[in-house]
Design a protein around this ligand. Structure first.
Ligand SMILES: *Cc1c(COP(=O)(O)O)cnc(C)c1O
Length: 382
C-alpha cells in the first residue's frame, strides 16, 4: 500500500511541496560537493587541519569579527559562548526568550546556570530593550538574544542596558547568518559573542552537524578554544575546568567554505519568496515581513487566529506546514516545574497563532505560485 501511495503521489499533477528538500539543494552543487569531500578524504587530515583553520578565517571575515572557533553543533556553540561570557563572574542566571525552540535553555542549564525568560515584542517576535528590562535582576550575567526566523534583532539599546549592569550579550545566530541590523552590522559581530549552527536545513548547512562561536573578544575566544578541546591550553595540558570535545571535522569545514560563497544569493532568494507570500496572503494571515538585509528568510512564519484551519487548507492542497515553535520553553514538560509562576502573555499568545510555510532557495516558480495562490484563497469559516 505504501508503494501505491508513493507512485500516485509522484504522478499526481500537484506533487507535495515539502518544508525543505535537501536532495534538491545537493543536486544543484553535487559534483562540486563530491569533489570537495573526496579531496578531504584523500588528504589524510580529518580534524584540526587546514580546512578547519581556513573555515574559521573565512567565517570570522564574513561575520566581521576577529575570531571564530568551529565546534560540533549550534547548541554547543551556545553553551560554550555562555560559559566563556560568564567566566570569572559570580552571576548565576541567563536571560533569554522562551519562543526560540529551547536550545538556549538546554545550553545554559547544561552550563550550570538558571534560565530566566523575558517576553517578546508582538510584531517582531524578538526580545527588545523594553521586554528585557522587566526581567533583569542582579543574578543575570548573560542575555542571549536570538535573531529568530532570520530577522536581525536591534541590539543597541539592549547592549547599553546590559553594559551598565556588567551583563554580556550572546547572539544566537543559528537562523540568521548573513542578516544585518539597521546600521548594517552583520549578526554575530554586534554583541559580545555570536553562536552559529550549520545544521543541514539552516541557511548555510553542513552535511551533518556543525556549529561555530564568533567573537572579537580575545578573552572569550581563548576560553572557548580551550573548552572545545578538553580544556587544553596546549596538547595534554588541561588548563580549564568544564572542557569537552566539540569540533567541526575537516569534511564539514570544507563543505561550509565551498557553500559560503553562495550564501548571500540564497538569502536574497529566500527573502524574496517570503515577501511574495506576504503580498499574496489573505487578510486573515499576517506573513512576517522579510523585505530587507535585516532578514535572511530562514523561516516564512505567519500568524493567524485561524491556524488549524489554515494548516488544513494548505494540507488539502499538498503544501506542508510546521510550527516553530509549538511549546514555549517555560511550558516544556522537562522544565516547567521551575517556571510555575512564569507568565509570558505575548510569547504564549503567539505560540498559538504561528505557522511556518515552505521556504528554501530551490523552490520552483510553480511551487511558489501555488503557495501564493493557496494563501490568497484562504477563507476561514470564522
Ligand atoms: C537550530 C538552532 C539551534 C541549534 O543548533 P544545532 O546545531 O541543531 O544544535 C539553536 N538556536 C536556534 C534558534 C536554532 O534554530
Amino acid at each position: 500500500m505504501a508503494t501505491t501511495q508513493h507512485k500516485s503521489a509522484k504522478t499526481s499533477p500537484t506533487p507535495r511541496i515539502p518544508m525543505n528538500d535537501l536532495v534538491r539543494s545537493f543536486a544543484a552543487y553535487g559534483e562540486d560537493l563530491t569533489r570537495v569531500v573526496s579531496e578531504v578524504v584523500q588528504s589524510g587530515w580529518y580534524l584540526n587541519g587546514p580546512e578547519t583553520r581556513g573555515w574559521e578565517a573565512d567565517l570570522s571575515a564574513f561575520v566581521g569579527a576577529t575570531r571564530a572557533i568551529a565546534v560540533g553543533n549550534g547548541t554547543d556553540a551556545l553553551e560554550l559562548s555562555i560559559r566563556a561570557a560568564m567566566h570569572g563572574s559570580d552571576k548565576t542566571a541567563v536571560l533569554t526568550a522562551a519562543n526560540c525552540g529551547g536550545y538556549t535553555s538546554i545550553a545554559a542549564r547544561r552550563a550550570g546556570f538558571d534560565v530566566r525568560f523575558a517576553d517578546v515584542d508582538r510584531e517582531s517576535h524578538l526580545l527588545t530593550d523594553a521586554t528585557i528590562r522587566d526581567a533583569l535582576d542582579d543574578s543575570v550575567g548573560v542575555v542571549v538574544v536570538t535573531h529568530l526566523y532570520g530577522r536581525a534583532a536591534e541590539l543597541d539599546a539592549m547592549l547599553e542596558t546590559c553594559r551598565v549592569r556588567g551583563i554580556a550579550v550572546v547572539e544566537d545566530c543559528a537562523e540568521a547568518i548573513g542578516a544585518r541590523d539597521s546600521r548594517g552590522r552583520p549578526v554575530g559581530s554586534i554583541g559580545d559573542v555570536g553562536a552559529f549552527s550549520f545544521y543541514p536545513t539552516k541557511n548555510l548547512g553542513a552535511l551533518g552537524d556543525s556549529g561555530a562561536v564568533v567573537t572579537s573578544r580575545d578573552d572569550i575566544a581563548d576560553h572557548v578554544r580551550q573548552l572545545h578541546q578538553y580544556g587544553w591550553a596546549s596538547k595534554y595540558d588541561i588548563a580549564v575546568e568544564g572542557g569537552r570535545n566539540s569540533r567541526t571535522d575537516e569534511i564539514q569545514a570544507a563543505i561550509l567554505r565551498f557553500k559560503l560563497k553562495y550564501l548571500d544569493d540564497w538569502n536574497a532568494t529566500r527573502r524574496a519568496i517570503v515577501e511574495r507570500y506576504r503580498s499574496s496572503a489573505a487578510k486573515s494571515i499576517n506573513v512576517l515581513p522579510a523585505g530587507g538585509p535585516w532578514h535572511v528568510g530562514h523561516l516564512a512564519v505567519a500568524t493567524t487566529p485561524f491556524r488549524s484551519e489554515l494548516r488544513e487548507h494548505l494540507e488539502a492542497l499538498d503544501i506542508a506546514t510546521d510550527v516553530h515553535f509549538p511549546i514555549p520553553d517555560h511550558q516544556q514538560s522537562a522544565l516547567r516545574a521551575d517556571y510555575e509562576d512564569v507568565q509570558l502573555p505575548t510569547t504564549e499568545g503567539l505560540a498559538a497563532e504561528i505557522v511556518s510555510l515552505p521556504v528554501f532557495p530551490e523552490l520552483s516558480e510553480e511551487e511558489i505560485a501555488r503557495i501564493c495562490a493557496a494563501l490568497s484563497s484562504f477563507a476561514p469559516r470564522g
